[in-house]
Design a protein. Sequence first.
Length: 272
Amino acid sequence: MNRPTGSHSSGSPFARIRVVLSHTSHPGNIGAAARAMKTMGLSRLSLVNPKRFPDPQAVARAADADDILEQAQVCSSLDEALAGTVQVYALSARHRNLGPRALPAREAATDILSRAGEGEVALLFGNETAGLSNAEVQRCQRTVFIPANPDYSSLNLASAVQLLCYELRLAAFDGHPPVVTRAVPFASPPAAHEDVERFYLHLERVMVSSGFLDPQRPRRLLPKLRRLFGRAELERDEINILRGLLDAVERKTSPGGAPRDTPGEGLGSAAK
């Protein structure tokens, strides 16, 4: 099974990554950030002097990520929120002359996971209005930016959290995270070579009998149709459906109203 560098156990890099929101002004953004984290498999949230928390709006926006809020660490200072970390990444759209090295989010995700394998890592997000102060950025070892439209790079706080957490999940699964779905995908076995060839014979016969194909001047029609259906990689059920359709056409066009199957050219199971 395709798994990330670790699951959500204490030995997982995800378990050593904390999202730190500094001086968040609206509780709804805290809840939305918690939801963004949980959908991507992160669970550790730290809040530095939030204006309002706990708050019903945070719970409402969390949309069943209440456990993230309940376990959130509320800190009175940034130093408290960053205690014990070996690397801190500042999320900022602004490039600063005196700031740490700036990395695009996708490149940073690999770096973050690598450092999380060594110890505690923090992702620091600033206030919705002012972002991170220079003093806050200077407490970090890397700056991470999301390569947004340079003419309008303003992102909602929770959206920024979502994007970075997504990049982390993508990097953790080496670009191929598992598809999670409750639905059972419909599929039938691939069609056997001989069934596909019988379909082409049936198709050619119907095209000739209907006048669509002149056997004296076939041009490249049949090779083009083979290429068309070859790209589709036909399944057994699909062959049966197509041959059932051709059968119905023959009943309408053939004398006596019956399909003209050649010996050994049965349809197999009925088309459904």
